[in-house]
Design a binder for this molecule. Structure first.
Ligand SMILES: Nc1ncnc2c1ncn2[C@@H]1O[C@H](COP(=O)(O)OP(=O)(O)OP(=O)(O)O)[C@@H](O)[C@H]1O
Ligand SMILES: [Mg+2]
Length: 359
């Protein structure tokens, strides 16, 4: 799978930019602020119709414009696909080969990406919401059923929260309605929990082996935390009954997979307050390299690799290790301010895109 052409209209600072004849390894070069990360962001957006930088799409829109568009020509084994995403206010449309796709979830992941970004550190440092989003995005990549599960679960939680707030005000309690909601929450939540547990287990098959290439003596693993972990539907319904009083007082659903989290466990301690900054970066790199292996080995997906500012943050020996670990079988986009930062044997292999020249 291979992106051959990318065209952006009104995306971030680009009124129009066309990148044609993209190759296997593409280096996007330019000074600070020319829009290198924005190009990476647009390729990411083309994959899952979301940005990794912002929850809201409107910040992606070029100032003074009313819509933005991302057009991608994708080459798969022996056919082409023309992908298009158009965002106009709250309206987000996707087209494949000119045909409007009715449900956005049917567009998502025409191609998959693995992103290495300076923002990845948020995965360790931020609140659980960031890690849940990460799991949701990864699982949506491999499973369309998961997207529907999450959407349905979120709707249930919203209905339950709305109701809990309401009864808090007028204390007219319909226990049966809450029973019905809780049963559905248990049913869908248990499935979400299974997917997440399996994903974390899969990552754990790779992450420690990869991490040891950087730090031989150390151990790393992910630990999944969930209210629903290893529980039956019956257990969960009972658990939800027990917290009902508290939920009514708070006017909020306090228990469920919408509170899930995971930890990075480094030498049996939580990496967030134990590991050095450099080691945290290596942990995240190992996670990303595990993602690539997992997608390829288990799901037979060859992801496109997006390496934003990767090399400027690593010492030279780790840069070389990374280059060795990144296989040339995946299409790769690398941003840098200086081509010398990219440690490959043969620079001729790289398609150099100088941003200043193409705007
Ligand atoms: N919606 C927008 N409309 C217009 N300009 C924008 C918008 N969003 C961001 N910009 C501008 O685009 C610039 C380029 O951002 P980007 O992060 O892509 O640059 P970069 O080349 O990756 O820089 P660096 O080398 O510092 O990482 C920002 O500094 C900002 O001024
Ligand atoms: Mg940048």
């Amino acid at each position: 799978m291979h992106i051959t052409d990318l065209e952006l209209t009104n995306f971030r600072k680009f009124k129009k930019i066309k990148l044609n004849n993209l190759k296997r390894i593409n280096a996007i070069i330019g000074k600070n602020g020319v829009g290198k990360t924005s190009i990476i962001e647009s390729i990411y957006f083309g994959s899952i119709a979301k940005s990794f930088k912002s929850y809201y799409d409107d910040v992606l829109l070029n100032e003074e414009e009313s819509f933005f568009k991302i057009k991608i020509n994708l080459e798969k084994e022996n056919f082409n696909k023309k992908l298009e995403i158009i965002v106009n206010g709250k309206d987000k449309k996707a087209k494949i080969d000119g045909q409007l796709i009715k449900k956005l979830s049917n567009y998502i992941c025409e191609y998959s990406v693995v992103l290495f970004s300076p923002d990845d550190i948020r995965l360790i440092k931020d609140n659980p919401n960031t890690r849940r989003n990460y799991l949701n995005i990864k699982l949506s990549n491999i499973n369309k059923e998961y997207i529907d599960l999450i959407n349905n679960y979120n709707k249930l939680i919203k209905s339950k929260n709305d109701y809990l707030k309401k009864i808090n005000l007028n204390s007219n309690l319909d226990e049966k309605y809450l029973d019905v909601l809780d049963e559905k929450i248990a049913e869908i939540g248990i499935n979400i929990c299974k997917y997440r547990k399996e994903y974390i287990e899969n990552v754990n098959e790779y992450i420690n082996i990869i991490f040891k290439k950087f730090k031989k003596e150390d151990e790393i693993k992910l630990k999944y935390l969930s209210d629903f972990l290893n529980k039956t539907k019956k257990d969960i319904i009972l658990m939800l009954k027990k917290v009902r009083k508290k939920e009514i007082i708070l006017g909020l659903t306090t228990t469920g997979v919408h509170r899930d989290d995971f930890e990075f466990i480094h030498n049996n301690k939580n990496a967030v307050n134990y590991s050095s900054q450099g080691v945290q970066k290596l942990i995240l790199l190992s996670l990303k390299l595990s993602e690539i292996k997992l997608l390829d080995n288990k799901y037979k997906i060859k992801p496109i690799l997006l390496l934003d500012d990767l090399f400027s943050e690593l010492d030279e020996s780790n840069q070389k290790k990374i280059m060795k670990l990144l296989s040339k079988k995946y299409q790769t986009f690398i941003t840098t301010t200086d081509l010398n930062n990219i440690k490959v044997k043969d620079l001729k292999e790289i398609n150099v895109i100088k941003i200043k020249e193409v705007i």
